[in-house]
Design a binder for this molecule. Structure first.
Ligand code: BT5
Length: 246
């Protein structure tokens, strides 16, 4: 895929900018990156803190498959973030947490927000490079805290470029071969152990068992019951390190 990257200084949310460009007929592969966001957002209306020094970008995709399968693209994006960060962190430091978190030593370094639009999908990523929220509800980290490579002016564009080539790879594979190769790669890097998931008003705690062929999570509760949590239906609240993302 051909990516066209536009970099702007400040915006409300790069996801909104790409959505607007999509409505005007923007091409697949359009990427808008901002140095800072005034109204960066996470899932379900949560705030994504977006000070200068980090990566904030959104990519426009026009998947050749039906919207019911769009959720699988978040696994392509998560795998791509993991790979983009690999060369900056100690081996094994990165873990992928269901459904769409990237953790370093159990702390959140990145967030992914997928929003579908008529005829397309906006994939927004935030990666903490120099700054992390000091008072986040849950532990957060940034590359500068944990990285093994010095950060320079070139780090943000370089991380974005690696992310885009890895996204191209995993998204391409999803189109040509289906979800299975992504499922296998995701499980290999997954945060396992005990997770807690909120479904509507109830919390379910359990040990990670598997990822289903549609991206759903299988957990076994302490009483031995197996639960299947459909991607998008629940948020993982905590694992044994006490990390929460909801
Ligand atoms: C996410 O939401 O993790 C998705 C974040 C997506 C951000 C990108 S930036 C480019 C594009 N434009 C946007 O407006 N958004 C996308 P969620 O899983 O709901 O996590 C949000 C929670 O993470 C918050 O409630 C905080 O607890 C925490 N948080 C906020 N800012 C953070 C940061 N910079 N680093 C780590 N954690 C953060």
């Amino acid at each position: 895929m051909e990516f066209i990257v536009l970099t702007i200084e400040s915006t409300a949310s790069t996801n909104d900018d790409v959505k607007q460009a999509a409505l005007l007929g923007g091409p697949e592969g359009l990427v808008i990156r901002a140095e800072t966001q005034r109204a960066g957002r996470g899932r379900r209306g949560r705030v994504w803190e977006s000070p200068e020094g980090n990566l904030y970008a959104s990519v426009l995709l026009r998947p050749p498959f039906p919207p019911r399968d769009y959720g699988k693209v978040s696994f392509a994006a998560v795998l791509a973030v993991g790979e983009a960060l690999d060369s900056y962190l100690p081996p094994q430091a990165i873990r992928l947490k269901w459904p769409n978190d990237v953790l370093v030593d159990g702390k959140k370094i990145s967030g992914i927000l997928l929003e579908s639009i008529e005829g397309g999908l906006v994939v927004g990523i935030g990666i903490n490079i120099l700054r992390k929220p000091e008072h986040a509800q849950y532990p957060a980290t940034c590359l500068a805290d944990r990285g093994t490579v010095a950060i320079s002016d070139q780090t943000i564009p370089a991380v974005l470029n690696s992310f885009l080539s890895a996204l191209d790879h995993w998204y391409g594979l999803l189109i040509t071969e289906g979800f299975e190769p992504l499922r296998t790669a995701w499980i290999a890097r997954a945060q396992k152990g005990t997770l807690r998931v909120r479904i509507k008003d109830a919390d379910i705690e359990g040990v990670f068992l598997d990822l289903d062929s549609d991206g759903s999570l299988y957990l076994r509760s302490p009483e031995g019951t197996e639960h299947r949590i459909i991607a998008g239906a629940g948020d993982v609240l905590a694992n044994e390190q006490g990390f929460s993302s909801a």
